[in-house]
Design a protein around this ligand. Structure first.
Ligand code: B12
Ligand code: SF4
Length: 517
């Protein structure tokens, strides 16, 4: 009996940008008595059905975007006589689909780190429960991943999670509802130990795959102080101190390492935090800008973001303190007008963004937007429109070739218009001329060329994740991305450092005072 872990994907590039962390965490959660699991990441290559035998256990992790492919794999595995188990955010939200359409014997909801061993034990006995609730485990229980099982020289970035959960409540995001609003932080020593293991293996570039790397803002602390809530102030300061401690320790790692994370814009008013990020070589961060207008931000419950002139200043502050920004924007919000596209493109330049992504409004399950949309879609009898018999409100089950590109009709623009204008903003931001201007952020000619390659790869890979305006364009983008991926990956390679020691870690006494400021 073998255990398989499969990360589904319709498209395989041979090279992956970021390691799908869950695969290697679940590998770590697999009891040693069962041997090393067979790990298949379909973003690299498709699964070989012949590897799966009667009595094997096949664990499949799905998010909404790859759920349909995941269910195809599950049916195939079940036909071959294997036990089929689903996990991941989509299975957590829609366990019934995995049983009805994906050949599931069991579904794990929530975190898999602790419960996976019990699932395996039950399957070995031939007595699985239908649903296992892995819950929201504490930061100390997060398992370090089995990086020794990741194929060598196939990924550009490894991924390590330092905190899970986010205190905000953006309407388009499911994280605060599924992962919770209470930050669950891992101890900095455990995070550093995992990163040291990765550097020993030759990974220089690490994505800190956090929901929000800045879970406590200065405003949060000020508010708690104003309310005279001493316990809350102490709790927030402890979380903040832990962040500084982690960044101090990152700074002690080899100087060729580069980290990237996801963060809210509020960090732009906390220059002490940005300076610590720079020192810790967290050289870039995805910042959810979402909209350049105050109405747009209100619509997505993100009015803690800045708008107007203040927005460009806030974003530029990151860059001034040595942190590059990948700005993330949403198009298709009810308040968007035809001039929003040009205004967004102009802001992206004015704010000195190094990278940007422009996504189309999509109601993801588990979000406030989805609940609202699902209600609005129903007719008088409560039935939503459908495509070939599949309700639009289960759009992920509609084959990609006939799946609509936008789901929320816009008041003043057609879907085609929004798609084309979105595409125009991508083309403009990633034109050779614009990339070359931005590449000035790296000092050498070689570096600038590398920047150009990576920018083009990013743009092409993104064109494949649903925003492209037609399938011919999507296929072309996949071909170009395939050609760019191999040379790009080489740029990320590091010489393995098998002798690398854990840095001497001594908590600096300054940290307590930093946190208190
Ligand atoms: C890092 C990250 C990224 C990175 C890296 C992705 C990668 N290759 O790993 C980048 C920036 C590239 C990215 C891109 C996108 N992402 Co993203 N991402 C995340 C983030 C913050 C962390 C993922 C992670 O590594 N977690 C750490 C691992 C260990 O946790 P995990 O995956 O949840 O797995 C645990 C459990 O779910 C469970 N489990 C998972 N699988 C299985 C399988 C089995 C068998 C079992 C038993 C258990 C199990 O056990 C695991 C361990 O506890 C999540 C938020 C989140 N909290 O999940 C969003 C998230 C997954 N992303 C999301 C989205 C929407 C996207 C994009 C579509 C964004 C966009 N608009 O373009 C793209 C899609 C990319 C693609 N084609 O796949 C959504 C998905 C929503 C949904 N319903 O599917 C999330 C939930 C965030 C959100 N805003 O709601 N993402
Ligand atoms: S979009 Fe970002 S800030 Fe908003 S709830 Fe999700 S993780 Fe938090």
């Amino acid at each position: 009996m073998r255990i398989h872990l499969v990360n589904p994907s319709d498209t395989s590039f041979g090279i992956g940008v970021i390691t799908p962390r869950w695969l290697y965490v679940l590998a770590a959660a697999t009891p040693a008595a069962h041997g090393d699991p067979v790990v298949t990441d379909e973003t690299l290559e498709q699964i070989q059905p012949g590897l799966i035998h009667r009595g094997d256990i096949v664990g499949i992790g799905i998010h909404t975007g790859n759920a349909l492919r995941g269910m195809e794999i599950g049916r195939m595995a079940r036909e071959r006589g294997a036990w089929v188990v689903y996990g991941g955010i989509h299975a957590t939200l829609y366990p019934d689909e995995a049983f009805e359409l994906g050949g599931a014997h069991a579904v794990v909801k929530g975190d898999g780190d602790v419960v996976w061993a019990k699932v395996i034990a039950d399957l070995v006995q031939g007595k699985p429960q239908a649903i296992y609730d892995g819950g929201r485990i504490s930061g100390e229980q997060f398992l370090p991943a089995r990086w020794d099982l990741a194929p060598r020289n196939r990924y550009m970035w490894a991924s390590v999670q330092t905190v899970r959960g986010c205190p905000k409540h953006c309407s388009f995001c499911s994280v605060w509802r599924t992962d919770g609003q209470k930050p669950r932080q891992r101890s900095s020593d455990i995070v550093i130990a995992e990163i040291v293991q990765l550097r020993r293996l030759g990974y220089r570039f690490i994505a800190l795959a956090d929901d929000n790397f800045y879970p406590v803002t200065l405003t949060d602390i000020r508010l708690a102080e104003k309310q005279g809530n001493a316990n809350r102030v102490a709790e927030l300061q402890a979380i903040r101190a832990e962040r500084f401690e982690l960044m101090e320790k990152l700074a002690k790692l080899p100087s060729d390492m580069v980290f990237f994370t996801q963060i809210t814009m509020e960090a732009g008013e906390d220059t002490q935090f940005l300076d610590a990020m720079r020192k810790g070589r967290i050289k870039g961060a995805l910042v959810g800008v979402e909209s350049v207008t105050a109405e747009g931000l209100k619509a997505v419950f993100k009015d803690f973001n800045s708008a107007g002139d203040d927005l460009a200043t806030r974003l530029s502050t990151f860059r001034e303190h040595g942190v590059h920004v990948l700005g993330s924007f949403i198009f298709g919000l009810p308040s968007d007008r035809t001039d929003t596209f040009a205004a967004t493109a102009a802001l992206a330049k004015q704010a000195n963004l190094t990278f940007a992504q422009f996504v189309m409004m999509t109601p993801f399950p588990g979000t406030v937007d989805f609940d609202r949309w699902e209600k609005n879609m129903a007719d008088a009898e409560g039935n939503p429109p459908n495509v070939d018999g599949v309700p639009l409100t289960r759009y992920w089950l509609i084959p990609a070739s006939v799946r609509p590109k936008m789901f929320t009709p816009h008041g003043t623009m057609t879907t085609q218009e929004i798609t084309e204008r979105t595409q125009g903003v991508w083309d403009n931001f990633y034109s050779l001329r614009e990339i070359w201007i931005r590449s000035k952020c790296v000092p050498t000619l070689r570096g600038r060329l590398a920047f150009l390659f990576i920018s083009k790869l990013y743009r092409q890979m993104y064109a494949n994740t649903g925003i492209s305006s037609d399938s011919a364009r999507r296929h072309k983008a996949t071909r170009v991305a395939l050609c760019l991926a191999v040379p790009c990956r080489k740029l990320f390679e590091g010489k393995p450092m098998p002798e690398l020691e854990m840095p001497v870690l001594r908590t600096s006494p300054d940290l307590v005072s930093i946190a208190a400021k």
